[in-house]
Design a protein. Structure first.
Length: 160
């Protein structure tokens, strides 16, 4: 089974194919690169989280699952690493002086949350199914981040 990525450059379509194991390594490497910048340990792959994420992503419903894990969603990005990069870019809006949850930085804070140890993903092509554009990335995290409790953000989202 191959996952196909499409890039649209200057009106021409270029197709890149990656094996699922390559996408898995890309997802882990992207997460761990950003986590290292914020003094968070590398995440480990979790097949149970990946199965959950794949099942949910295949529904092409662009809303949080409400499941038992931490969760980041992205749709319309050509690659999983492009979506993860966009999540990380939210760090520009995060206040380390007033740490806490915000809808504008929640992807970033889950991405670098120190207490999170495992990740799994689902990455499917929805192309408008159920209103979800292009590729759909669902990442599940355990333990979940973004725990709103006194001192948790300060302890789990560290500056560079």
């Amino acid at each position: 089974m191959r996952i196909i990525f499409f890039l649209f450059l200057l009106g021409m379509t270029t197709v890149f194919a990656m094996e699922p194991s390559q996408v898995k390594q890309t997802v882990l490497a992207s997460h761990n690169k950003y986590r290292a910048q914020h003094h968070a340990a590398k995440l480990n792959w979790d097949d149970e989280l990946a199965s959950y994420a794949e099942r949910y992503a295949s529904k092409c419903v662009f809303q949080h699952s409400g499941g038992p894990y931490g969760e980041n969603l992205a749709a319309g990005f050509p690659t999983a690493s492009a979506a993860i990069s966009r999540w990380y870019k939210e760090n520009e809006e995060y206040s380390y002086y007033h740490p806490g949850f915000s809808k504008t930085t929640g992807h970033f804070t889950q991405l670098v949350w120190r207490s999170t140890k495992r990740v799994g993903y689902g990455f499917v092509s929805c192309n408008g199914k159920n209103g979800t554009p292009g590729n759909y990335l669902v990442c599940e995290y355990s333990p979940a981040g973004n725990v709103v409790n006194n001192g948790y953000f300060k302890a789990n989202v560290l500056p560079m």
